[in-house]
Design a protein around this ligand. Sequence first.
Ligand code: SAM
Length: 270
Amino acid sequence: MTTGFTEPAKKHLGQNFLHEKGVIAKIVQAIDPQPGDVLVEIGPGQGALTFPLLERHGELTAIEFDRDLHAPLQAAARAHGTLHLIAGDVLGVDFSALAAHAGDARGQIRLVGNLPYNLSSPILFHALEHAGAIRDMHFMLQKEVVERMAAAPGSKVYGRLSVMLQAYCTVTPLFTVPPGAFRPAPKVDSAVVHLVPKPASAIAVRDHAAFADVVRAAFGQRRKTLRNALSGSATPEQITAAGLRPDARAEQIAVAGFVRLANLVAARGG
Ligand code: SAM
């Protein structure tokens, strides 16, 4: 790839570098940066997405954990645009503070990234905590994770990730990417997904902690009925009052059902 990057890919950091030009172009086209947008890339690696985005947009902020990549990335980026590199763990980055300080006219950022697959769920939950500061997200993830994110009730892969993300974001899978597009090639197919956080007025969840607790408990024991799985967090009366059947299983309950139940639990003091 680009000269200056001498270290081999580090498996423990989820380093599968994109090299397929057609895929990179498709991702940049999907992001379609507009004047005034503030792009923040998670895990720029060797710049596969960073440099084409800089060519297109002129400027971006990137967060990279691997110290060995910082100097070559900075050096190679100069030919393409202005890179603001944050050296460190993305999970320690306060997106709300970043957006307040450097965001667009609405105080928001656009997150992009070919994510380290071992950290995809923590990164998604971290982003959810700062959803108000994020205009949208384009992420490359394992295809199986994207399927879970977008799954509907009744699907085998509908679970905590589907409910938590869909309560706060519109989730749109965009396209699948085969292992051969990366070096080294991962063992599984990947997919690009677009997430758009809902405006605060469209989010029905009243108490985020109560919602997260109910969803975690319901899917913690997904083979059990709601009555049993939620025995520590909601009464059968609350389940019924939320319009749900206590003998139903979590995988049958729509996002709105979990929201109603969590709001009732929160209103009655948990
Ligand atoms: N964007 C590059 C590409 O598409 O070729 C690299 C993608 S690679 C799948 C994931 C990148 O995330 C790696 O560069 C890795 O070092 C970085 N990374 C891993 N853990 C991270 C963390 N906790 N915070 C920030 N970056 C991280």
